[in-house]
Design a protein around this ligand. Structure first.
Ligand SMILES: C[S@@+](CC[C@H](N)C(=O)[O-])C[C@H]1O[C@@H](n2cnc3c(N)ncnc32)[C@H](O)[C@@H]1O
Length: 439
């Protein structure tokens, strides 16, 4: 739909417009928030599938498109490039009848006023159909084409996970399950499972976490029984490990120093009657923390601040527990956010590592002697994880690791890591640090 029009848009046209903006650095979730309003409700699932699917497979689709084009599409023609990738995506990964996929994609070019590209897209997609097996075999011949992964990330994963990088990349391209956290302060996992079953939503317990359920089929969160009343939240099983690792006790002072959108803050408050300060740099995201806590019926001191430069009332206190769920590459959650492959650049990693180190060093003095700090990321990269915590331990004489003895994930030199897809979880890293001295 063109801007300002009130007619519902053609799903392929809208998807091409969104994919062009995605290539220019916007995130899928931001884009879909507004973009989905441009199509009829019945087409929303399709536009989502187009955007997520093309983002997931983009490096592979681009490799194939590159072989079929005699010269690259000009950067200013981002919608045409997006339609080519979308056409290939439908032909390779969707159950749309091939002739319909080609005809509808060509029609979208026409609707976008790209008449010059109509013949090109038609010929390219038809040639793909004729040469499909050979083109797919060539794309599969190297890991970048096979797993649709940018070169810099492939290099890092091979280095950090020499035995697991292929299964990690396979899992990163899979569709994630919808995982739930039952509010154990209000009900039990068994009782909530029974409510889901009665509502016709099949689910099963997630291993290693006491409140986790995995739905067989995703649904809108609002459709979950008791969602508005805070009986349940949507949260990956790996993320649900954090609250347990903090070993919370009633009455403790707890700081969640990178709290937004508040998933782990909510779980902390469901787990024990603690006094929580939920802090984040991003004011807009902090609103979501408050909304999440309101829905759960729990309270915290929600404050805006920079955990790399503690200042103000929250920084003048000391805490029994600190959760440091630092900003990271998010390479452990690519299956949920495939646009990460496109949005992250190799140069982002050293910058993130620097920020994480600053936050860790700045927040450490706020921990009481005898207190615990849980360092967490949804990254798979050792520089952000065991490398980061290892460097900190080497220069903080009052810090020692409290080893995580667990039956989930993999032991690292410091801390533990879940890998995407294992035990239904996303890829999370956790390291627990204790401050020496008497409480
Ligand atoms: C991985 S997310 C936290 C997710 C959250 N713990 C949850 O479970 O919902 C990282 C958060 O760190 C915040 N952040 C980034 N730099 C920060 C800083 N210097 N101080 C405080 N928060 C920061 C980001 O705004 C982002 O919300």
């Amino acid at each position: 739909m063109s801007a300002g029009s009130t007619q519902p848009g053609n799903p392929r046209v809208v998807a091409a417009q969104l994919l062009r903006q995605l290539a220019a650095g916007r995130s899928i979730s931001d884009l879909l928030e507004r973009g989905l309003n441009e199509v009829a409700p019945r087409d929303r699932g399709l536009v989502k599938e187009f955007c997520f699917g093309v983002a997931r497979w983009r490096p592979r689709l681009e490799k194939i498109a590159g072989e079929l084009l005699s010269k690259p599409i000009k950067p200013k023609e981002g919608e045409v490039q997006a339609l080519i990738l979308l056409g290939l995506y439908q032909l390779i990964y969707m159950r749309v009848a091939p002739h319909a996929a080609v005809a509808e994609t060509v029609e979208a070019a026409r609707l976008l006023g790209k008449n010059w590209a109509v013949g090109l897209i038609n010929a390219l997609l038809r040639r793909f159909q004729r040469e499909r097996d050979a083109l797919l075999a060539r794309a599969d011949a190297d890991p970048q084409g096979r797993y649709a992964v940018p070169g810099w990330l492939l290099k890092r994963l091979r280095n950090d996970w020499p035995r697991d990088w292929e299964s990690i990349l396979q899992a990163a391209n899979s569709h994630p399950p919808m995982s739930l956290r039952v509010n154990l302060a209000r009900t039990s996992r068994e009782q909530y499972l029974a409510q889901l079953t009665a509502a016709g939503m099949a689910a099963s317990p997630i291993p290693h976490v006491s409140a986790g359920l995995q739905l067989e089929q995703p649904v809108d969160a609002e459709a979950l029984p008791g969602f508005a009343e805070g009986l349940v939240s949507v949260q990956d099983g790996g993320a649900q490990l954090a609250a347990g690792l903090l070993d919370l006790r009633d009455g403790q002072q707890v700081l969640d120093a990178c709290a937004a959108p508040g998933g782990k803050s909510g779980h902390i408050l469901e787990s024990a009657a603690v006094e929580l300060t939920a802090m984040d740099l991003d004011r807009r995201r902090l609103k979501r923390v408050q909304q999440n806590l309101d829905r759960l019926g729990v309270t915290a001191t929600v404050v805006q601040g920079d955990s790399a430069k503690p200042q103000g009332a929250w920084a003048e206190r000391q805490y029994d527990r600190i959760l440091l769920d630092v900003p990271c590459s998010a390479t452990g959650v690519i299956r949920r956010h495939p646009d990460i492959k496109l949005l992250r650049r190799a140069a982002d990693i050293p910058a993130l590592v620097k920020t994480q180190g600053q936050i860790l060093r700045a927040v450490w003095p706020l921990l009481k002697p005898g207190g615990r700090l849980l360092y967490a990321t949804c990254s798979l990269l050792s520089d952000e994880n065991e490398g980061q915590v290892g460097r900190f331990l080497a220069q903080a004489p009052d810090a020692r690791e409290r080893a995580l003895e667990a039956d989930w994930g993999r032991t690292r030199k410091v801390g533990r890591q879940t890998l995407p897809g294992e035990a239904t979880m996303d890829g999370f890293y956790y390291a627990c640090l204790e401050k020496t001295g008497q409480p």
